[in-house]
Design a protein. Structure first.
Lengths: 339, 169
């Protein structure tokens, strides 16, 4: 977003915590001085509870909410009650932010937009603008896997990307992969790419338990903290991108998979369905047999594989390339400023 | 062909493939693996995950085992308090120190980037435990939580002066 807007206006990024080590990013303590003019625009990226937002919403400048969604706490509660409580507080703000006097609500997806409107946001001020992503950066870097990445050359590779968190329902994917691995293709592997959080260690450990119970220790690989080069190498090695997540506000990895020409199979859920559109196999039923059969079809039917890859790449270029997203953002902000 | 026509054709052809896949899945006989999978999913859906966690913990490395131990039993420190003595926090080491510092000062478990960042600086000797407590306590989030620790500020200032003198040398 910074890249898209910086030629049009002076843009500054404010945050708290570890992201402050990045260039061009300033602490939120300097925010108030920056927003002295009623013509300034604050774009608040909302994805978690943040107490000072209540004060920020009372500033004189124009306020745009960019809603990325917040994980519903019931997914997290069995594994980390602190984390669930954080998300619960964040979601409790939904009504007050939606009903506040914000000038514009930008949502990553129709799913997020509907949630905001249901919470009281003014529909005439609500628009969908997909999130920016790092595909341009991925396209530029080379590929490189670390030593000990554990990928077996020549094996059919199913991958998924996303933090290791309970709303992603990784166990459902491992279960479907187990059927595929044992009943269709023993020369196959599943790579779970995503950050593992210490506070969700119980969830990660539970997944290891599922893997042991299904005797998949040698065929399921976790890839934590991957670099751009590593991520690109995993996409390059992947034959299928599979996702069984139960809650997504958009799902950027789907866009990466489309751009990287990896065919997609998914269970329908939240914003997953609309992000994929008609560029992947999407199942309403959470049926591991159906998921395994889909993976097998992508492996064995070259025409299906080709159709999915082409549909994915086309959807990426038509809807989700950063330049397209920048056009949508600038159009929406432009219309808003004209009124 | 226009973009819309292409999308329509792609949706129609996917529907055709989906029907074939659904039929093939229905025809396929249920195997013993499918039954085992159903049992595991039923366990998770019912919330009976403790046995799976125990089985999963066998393959953990040192980092994972410690995080699990702290997650299951975060220690004797009462995180609901608003006031601590410095030695209560300094008694812990390594992972356990960071974990308890977060819980005491921010009233939450550590996030991934904060946990790894602080642990790395502590292990490399770039920061002392006092420095890290001060970083957490006087971060914007720490200021909002406003937990007090006897003697932290003076010791953190001394540590900062020593660090800046050493850096000049």
């Amino acid at each position: 977003m910074y890249e898209a807007l910086r030629d049009l206006a002076e843009v500054r990024i404010f945050t708290e915590g570890s992201a402050l080590t990045l260039p061009q990013i300033e602490p939120t303590s300097r925010l108030k001085g920056f927003l002295a003019n009623p013509l300034d625009i604050l774009i608040y990226h909302w994805a978690a509870e943040w107490e000072p937002v209540k004060r920020l919403l009372k500033t004189e400048c124009k306020i745009v909410i960019k809603y990325h969604n917040i994980t519903p706490p019931h997914f997290l509660d069995p594994y980390c009650s602190d984390f669930a409580a954080d998300c619960d507080r964040g979601r409790q703000e939904l009504g007050s932010i939606a009903r506040s006097h914000c000038d514009l609500f930008l949502s990553d997806s129709q799913y997020n937009k509907d949630e905001l409107i249901a919470a009281g946001a003014d529909e005439s001020k609500s628009f969908v603008v997909p999130p920016f992503h790092h595909v341009d950066r991925l396209e530029k870097v080379g590929i490189g896997l670390p030593n000990g990445a554990g990928l077996a050359n020549g094996n059919f590779t199913v991958c998924t990307v996303g933090r290791i968190a309970p709303n992603k329902a990784h166990a459902d994917l491992i279960a479907a992969f187990a059927i595929y691995h044992y009943d269709y293709n023993p020369r196959s592997q599943l790579v779970l790419i995503g950050k593992q959080e210490p506070r969700l260690i119980k969830y990660t450990v539970m997944l290891h338990g599922v893997i042991r119970r299904l005797k998949l220790e040698r065929s399921v690989i976790f890839a934590d903290n991957v670099s751009d080069r590593e991520l690109k190498a995993y996409y390059d090695a992947a034959d299928v991108f599979a996702i069984t997540s139960q809650h997504e506000g958009f799902c950027v990895p789907l866009v990466e998979a489309m751009a990287m020409r990896v065919p997609i199979v998914a269970y329908a859920s939240t914003a997953v369905t609309e992000t994929i559109g008609s560029a992947g196999l999407v199942w309403q039923a959470r049926d591991p047999q159906l998921m395994a059969e889909s993976i097998n079809a992508i492996d064995t039917d070259q025409s299906l594989r080709k159709a999915l890859i082409e549909a994915g790449r086309r959807r990426y270029e038509q809807h989700f390339a950063n330049r397209r997203i920048a056009e949508q953002l600038i159009d929406t902000l432009g219309n808003f400023l004209d009124h | 062909m226009s973009g819309r026509e292409e999308m329509l054709q792609s949706a129609n052809s996917l529907e055709h493939y989906s029907n074939q896949i659904r039929l093939a899945a229905e025809k396929r006989a249920k195997t013993s693996m499918a039954e085992t999978v159903a049992e595991v999913i039923a366990l998770i859906d019912a919330g009976n995950t403790l046995q799976l966690m125990l089985e999963g913990s066998e393959g953990l490395d040192d980092f994972g085992r410690t995080s699990l131990k702290l997650s299951l039993a975060p220690g004797s420190l009462d995180m609901s308090r608003r006031h601590y003595k410095l030695h209560e926090l300094l008694q812990y080491e390594d992972h356990e120190f960071i974990w308890n510092a977060y819980r005491a000062l921010l009233k939450r478990a550590p996030d991934e980037s904060g946990f790894r960042g602080f642990l790395g600086r502590l292990r490399r000797g770039e920061r002392t435990k006092i420095d890290l407590l001060a970083s957490i306590r006087y971060s914007p989030e720490g200021r909002r939580k406003h937990v007090s620790i006897d003697g932290l500020l003076s010791k953190a200032l001394v540590s900062k002066v020593i660090r800046s003198v050493n850096a000049r040398r």
